[in-house]
Design a protein around this ligand. Structure first.
Ligand code: HAM
Length: 426
């Protein structure tokens, strides 16, 4: 084994072939977000630890065991690498008084950090595209978010992504459900696993979400939150469902969908695929009307969602056909010092003309250069030798078609190449 250093476990390098797909995805996503009127916000990757404790909740997996927290050695501040984007987004909106004038539709895109056990689709550094709408109270914005997702899946050509929704009601309704739930689990305490016992009095709702097969039956028969929802919550949920039906978006109400972050109320939703194994949730979110007040702002309603970019891209790749690798328009080869100097000028002229050019670097025989030209995937090579320098012209050589090379005057090169590429595209 060599002693070269490796990346941190669960944190991935994204190599060029893949990174190009990421860039394509990101530009598609930015266009999609703009078309719904969402504006970008960029917040720091590191935040004060109390932000996440307050927002996500002390008794959650994320805060209890997944945060990369540390003390700043220079000033003793408690800091954390962000495990999600909602808390940071709300903090920034409050800090800059952005809700003062109007509600805000915002999005962000970037890395998040959670110290989870890495496996396919679950990483310690992962990326999210997150969307937050602050200052909107009605079911309409919840449905806007769900419809946005549906459109993105359609634009990406994804199939087999299903929608599950639930209502978590208000905090009072959850409190009354919680009391009943604790009483129920206490009655069956002998059947609880260690995790559930620990959560019984702190976060019993999360027991419903247990992945332990032995707990499924108990969770299935547990008192339901839906039986505790009051008129306003039911009306909101009905509003969401009516709009979804109007839009023709299929969904399933999953009464056990509770989410792993404490800030949610009313509508919550998840988009799930069966094609990625255990980590099938590609996107999740919901309403968090209490969070702004909880973080010290004047209370205002809000809702949002985030998708896992690694999971989404894994799914997208399954549907992509053909080669996604990048290739330049032109590979530029040359022989001799004078030709090299001319090649630098020609390459810049081609780029000014909107073409992408790989200029040969590193010397080598003409044969070796042409091998590299072939391997680059470029449809055309531009070749400059001593004769070409003397005549201020170049040789243009198609690499992917049975056509001979021909001399082209330097001033006419951009046009010739553009025409060739246009025809080859037909
Ligand atoms: P979340 O459910 O924790 O919600 O994460 C959202 C999505 O991020 C997940 O559905 C999944 O696709 C992806 N994800 C989460 N953890 C990992 C991981 N370890 N590796 C790979 N992908 C992962 C939130 O983060 C909320 N802030 C969403 C939200 C925004 N709610 C309202 N606004």
């Amino acid at each position: 084994m060599s002693n070269t250093l490796q990346a941190v476990r669960g944190m991935n390098d994204i190599l060029p072939d893949e990174a190009e797909a990421w860039e394509e995805f990101e530009s598609l996503v930015r266009g999609w977000l703009r078309s719904y009127g969402y504006r970008p916000i960029r917040t720091p990757v590191v935040e004060p630890t109390p932000l996440f404790k307050r927002a996500i909740g002390e008794v959650t997996d994320i805060v209890e065991k997944e945060m990369y927290s540390f003390t700043d050695a220079l000033n003793g501040e408690d800091l954390t690498l962000r495990p999600e984007g909602t808390a940071s987004c709300v903090r920034a909106v409050l800090q800059h008084n952005m809700l003062y004038q109007a509600p805000q539709r915002l999005y962000y895109l970037g890395q998040m950090f959670r110290h989870e056990r890495p496996q396919k689709g679950r990483y310690r550094q992962f990326h999210q595209v997150g969307v937050e709408a602050l200052g909107f109270a009605g079911p309409d914005i919840d449905v806007e978010h769900i419809l946005m997702c549906q459109r993105l899946w359609d634009d990406l050509g994804l199939e087999g992504v299903r929608l599950e929704i639930n209502s978590l009601g208000s905090s009072e309704e959850r409190a009354s459900h919680r009391a009943e739930l604790i009483a129920y689990f206490e009655k069956h305490e002998a059947l609880l696993d260690a995790d559930a016992k620990r959560r019984l009095h702190t976060n019993p709702l999360r027991i419903l979400d247990s992945k332990n097969p032995d707990m499924q039956d108990l969770a299935e028969k547990a008192p339901r939150l839906s039986d505790h929802l009051g008129e306003a919550s039911l009306k909101h949920f009905e509003g969401v469902q009516n709009l979804l039906k109007d839009a023709g978006v299929p969904y399933r109400v999953n009464p056990r969908l509770v989410r792993g972050l404490d800030y949610y109320n009313l509508t919550v939703f998840e988009w799930i695929t069966d094609k990625l194994g255990a980590q099938g949730t590609i996107c999740a979110g919901g309403r968090y009307d209490g969070l702004i007040g909880q973080l010290g702002g004047k209370p205002a309603p809000a809702a949002g969602f985030a998708m896992g970019v690694e999971r989404l891209l894994a799914l997208w790749r399954e549907h992509q056909t053909g080669d996604m690798g990048w290739a330049p328009d032109v590979y530029l080869a040359y022989m001799g010092d004078a030709a090299q100097r001319m090649a630098f000028g020609v390459a810049e002229e081609l780029r000014s003309g909107g073409l992408s050019v790989l200029l040969h670097c590193g010397g080598g025989s003409f044969k070796a250069q042409m091998k590299k030209a072939d391997a680059s995937g470029a449809p055309l090579a531009v070749i400059i030798g001593e004769d070409e320098v003397a005549k201020n012209s170049v040789m243009l050589k198609p690499l992917r078609r049975e056509l001979g090379q021909r001399a082209v005057e330097r001033g006419a090169l951009v046009e010739e190449i553009s025409e060739y590429l246009f025809e080859a595209d037909d």
